[in-house]
Design a binder for this molecule. Structure first.
Ligand SMILES: [Zn+2]
Ligand SMILES: [Zn+2]
Length: 253
């Protein structure tokens, strides 16, 4: 990833924005290079390879849910791929900035893994693959890999509903086998809940929580994937990739 390419393109854009004159203000203020427009939003990339989304025309499109306060950083992998791969038609070096297909990706079922022919853009952003959490968010019936499930359970807790929270509390209490737990079981209802939980299996319960997070809260989840290998980092704030070792500690966000 060479920032020389970016700087040259940025200077050139400010000098000759052509039909994108209306994006010059944003480009100048936030030091971003506009690379791709949709009918509602415009995407730009900064010198560190971070992709940003800004509202172009307020038409009430589906991206409003993801970027309600634009300009906003793009975490959604398929949006990032869409922006960078579309931008690569103008700036070929952006293809490298889009990173590799991650090891946990699934072939995009909508385009058969090939992307759509010009001028169409597939739901995968024409990458031909989807991150597993995004495939599930889009309604695909694939199992979530363990590392994705752990990430969602660890970092999506604020999206638990009351019933899930209560079941988790019982499971945790049950694991301690404490006096409190024995008392709780004798009180009736808790025992029934726990029994049906264990019958269903903890794994099934955890998987169901994650799938609900993805269906209902995808736009609020920060899935922090590495810019180089597109692997899922350990935490939303991680600045080093657990899979390929790439790090971006010196990048201000
Ligand atoms: Zn596709
Ligand atoms: Zn990586």
């Amino acid at each position: 990833m060479s920032s020389a390419d970016w700087h040259a393109a940025y200077e050139h854009f400010l000098d000759e924005p052509g039909a994108w004159q209306r994006h010059v203000g944003w480009a100048r203020n936030d030091r971003v290079l506009p690379i791709s427009t949709r009918w509602d939003y415009v995407f730009a990339v900064d010198a560190n390879g971070v992709v940003w989304a800004n509202l172009d025309e307020d038409l009430g499109g589906e991206l409003d849910r993801f970027y309600p306060e634009p300009p906003a950083q793009v975490w959604v992998t398929r949006h990032r791929q869409e922006a960078l791969l579309d931008g690569a038609k103008t700036y070929p070096w952006l293809r490298e900035w889009a990173g590799e297909r991650p090891f946990d990706a699934v072939d995009c079922p909508k385009c058969g893994g090939k992307g759509l022919p010009e001028p169409f853009i597939c739901v995968c952003g024409n990458a031909g693959w989807l991150a597993p959490e995004e495939a599930v968010a889009l309604g695909e019936d694939i199992p979530l890999p363990d590392h994705v499930r752990d990430y969602l359970l660890n970092h999506g807790r604020m999206h638990l509903d009351d019933s899930e929270r209560e079941k988790l509390r019982l499971l945790n209490l049950g694991a301690t086998r404490s006096k409190n737990f024995e008392l709780l079981l004798r009180s009736g209802n808790a025992a029934t809940v726990l029994e049906s939980l264990l019958e269903q299996g903890e794994d099934t319960f955890f998987e169901a929580i994650c799938r609900r997070f993805l269906r209902e809260h995808e736009h609020e989840l920060i899935t922090n994937r590495c810019q180089r290998c597109n692997g899922l980092c350990r935490t939303p704030r991680a600045r080093q990739c657990r899979w390929c070792g790439h790090n971006w500690h010196d990048v201000a966000r």
